[in-house]
Design a protein around this ligand. Structure first.
Ligand SMILES: [Zn+2]
Ligand SMILES: [Zn+2]
Length: 290
């Protein structure tokens, strides 16, 4: 990509698009995308955890904890932060820098203007559906005892998870599951290009980054350990959320998907979870009627 002439100068750019262009102007695009994506990842990952951390210190929110009896300590948070930061700098960081060459090799757009939200939305929906399907099967495979003992056990260290435990995993797991997040969009782009779907199907780097932000939100929420009345799954019944994934950490089995509930329901891997929640509901009802 030519970093000095990124866009058609006749196009009117908005404030964000102008900033985007200035960021790349006269700089090595590989480094710009790499540093921007890395910082964005750190900022979103730890930033999204802060509201949950605050809730831990406010007694009112305790009733929304999924595993109320198991309180995580500041030591747990601190140890997890150190391990996650190490993984981000040593394993994920270098991989993030490979993204720009891969994306541009496939012809992904980087220059402003950004695509319209009507173009971004269906693409991001496709990435969510692809990642969830891939995640379900790979995660289920990771519970195969030999693989679990050597690799996936690391992620299960916290039976009552919290937001920043989302990416606490063996590097092999990070690579395997990261494929669903990063390579889904790349495959989409390659397919759209190969079949020449048209310009409105082209993938822009900003769509890819928006998808990564939403996927981070999903992963941190799913590990938050909280089920609030305003949590997404209470409004969108097929959304998995913490209420679904927390059980996976608690029981070490079932509920293998990431974003949606349908694969676990279809393959019957959520039977124990549904029976458990039903028992909880009946117990709560008994307490209320006493
Ligand atoms: Zn698991
Ligand atoms: Zn997990």
């Amino acid at each position: 990509m030519n970093s000095t002439a990124l866009y058609d100068s006749t196009t009117q750019l908005n404030w964000a698009e102008q900033k985007w262009e200035q960021m790349y102007e006269g700089r090595n695009p590989l480094l710009v995308t790499g540093i921007f994506a890395f910082l964005m990842h750190e900022f979103v990952y730890f930033g999204r955890f802060i509201p949950f951390l605050i809730c831990d210190y406010i007694p009112y929110f305790k009733k929304y904890k999924l595993q109320e009896a198991k309180a995580n300590t500041t030591d747990d948070y601190w140890n997890c932060t150190k391990k996650v930061l190490y993984a981000h700098f040593v394993f994920e960081g270098p991989l993030i820098f490979l993204f720009h060459p891969m994306a541009t090799m496939l012809g992904m757009k980087v220059a402003a203007p950004f695509p319209a939200w009507q173009q971004m939305l269906p693409q991001i929906a496709i990435f969510f559906i692809f990642e969830d399907f891939y995640h379900y099967h790979m995660h289920r495979f990771m519970h195969w005892p030999p693989f679990y003992k050597k690799v996936h056990k690391v992620h299960h260290e916290y039976a009552a998870p919290f937001g920043i435990a989302a990416e606490y995993a063996h590097p092999i797991e990070t690579m395997i599951l990261g494929f669903g997040t990063v390579c889904g969009p790349l495959i989409y782009h390659a397919v759209a290009n190969y079949f020449d779907f048209g310009a409105e199907w082209d993938l822009h780097l900003i769509t890819m980054l928006s998808w990564i932000v939403l996927r981070l939100f999903q992963a941190i929420d799913a590990h938050s350990g909280y089920d609030f009345p305003w949590s997404l799954h209470n409004w969108v019944p097929f959304w998995a959320g913490a209420e679904h994934h927390d059980y996976h950490h608690q029981a070490f089995v079932g509920n293998y998907s990431s974003s949606f509930r349908w694969w676990d329901y279809l393959f019957g891997t959520d039977k124990k979870y549904r029976a458990y929640r039903q028992r909880q509901r009946l117990e709560r009802l008994k307490v209320k009627t006493k």
